[in-house]
Design a protein around this ligand. Structure first.
Ligand SMILES: O=C(O)CCC(=O)C(=O)O
Length: 303
């Protein structure tokens, strides 16, 4: 059965369905400026973690006021435009994603957490940077169509990524997506993506807002660390369950729908033989699994 459309424009929907991402001009320069100005006003609070993390998200600050205010502010600006382009959606959470000017601000290949039943739906981030983005200051890159390769369960707190053994190979398949001020990039959470280190002299600020189809339940897939049985707990979440969720812990009030065994064994090289020729040979310097997991957890570390 086809997944419900979320774009009003059929061509954007087609590209998103095919590629797993799509970029288009969505915001005015003035809106981008407001998102940037809020970041500057809260920069000190945001950057309390910048010493140890060169790529960091609002949610990682453990500052409940900052997390709540940033979420509300980003949503208020994004919602000035979202209805023009999207239909039948519900909003989840919003966050700043910041790259310090440092080699270690690179983000290796990953898929985002699974928020919905992806056999029926998809979930996505609307991503927008407050500057033009290029390879030099931390632009995004994607593996076209990788959201369709395999149905993957992406869990927390343990995140045994199915593609962990083929990261070097993945690095050859990326397509760069550079952006101009006002562009957004819409990212299917199941599409493999990554971003370059910020080698410029200034911080790269981006804001994201996650949305899912209106008819989808918000899901959380919980896998305890060191679970030898690979037994996943699937929860149906309300928005407040999601907001109150603490990484490493089961959701406190959410409904446990089922427990199931999942094969987390890694996908191997030979599965990729039929894929297209490498598009880009720039090889990641940071592919450590722990780094990716830390970033993915960041999207969920509320208050
Ligand atoms: O902002 C970045 O560099 C990475 C963004 C990302 O991975 C995401 O929005 O899922």
């Amino acid at each position: 059965m086809p997944k419900p459309a979320i774009f009003k424009d059929e061509e954007l929907q087609r590209k998103f369905d095919e590629d797993g991402f799509v970029s288009f001009s969505m915001f005015s320069a003035e809106q981008v400026q407001r998102i940037h100005a809020f970041y500057l006003r809260t920069q000190v609070a945001h950057e309390t973690i910048a010493e140890s993390k060169k790529f960091h998200a609002t949610n990682e600050t453990n500052n409940a006021d900052l997390i709540g205010e940033s979420d509300q502010f980003i949503k208020s600006v994004f919602m000035e435009e979202v209805d023009k382009h999207f239909t039948d959606y519900q909003v989840i959470a919003a966050n700043y994603l910041v790259k310090q000017p440092h080699l270690e601000s690179e983000l290796g290949p990953h898929q985002d957490l699974r928020f919905v039943d992806e056999e029926q739906f998809y979930s996505l981030n609307i991503w927008m940077a407050t500057t033009n983005t290029t390879k030099e200051n931390g632009s995004l890159r994607f593996i076209r169509g990788s959201h369709l390769w395999a149905d993957t369960i992406r869990t927390l707190p343990s995140y045994p990524w199915k593609y962990r053994e083929v990261i070097t190979y993945l690095n050859n398949l990326f397509t760069d997506v550079e952006t101009k001020i006002g562009d957004c990039v819409v990212i299917n959470h199941a599409c493999i993506h990554s971003s370059y280190p910020n080698l410029s002299s200034t911080v790269r600020v981006a804001a994201i807002m996650a949305i899912i189809p209106k008819t989808a339940e918000i899901k959380h897939y919980f896998l305890p660390e060191g679970n030898p049985e690979n037994e996943v707990e699937e929860y149906n979440m309300t928005l407040s369950d999601f907001i109150e969720l603490k990484v490493g812990h089961r959701p406190q009030h959410a409904q446990l729908i089922r427990t199931f065994k999942y094969d987390f064994s890694p996908i191997e090289h030979n599965c990729f033989q039929q894929l297209s020729q490498p598009l880009n040979n720039r090889v990641s310097t940071i592919t450590t699994y722990a780094h990716i997991k830390q970033k993915i957890s960041a999207f969920l570390r509320f208050a």
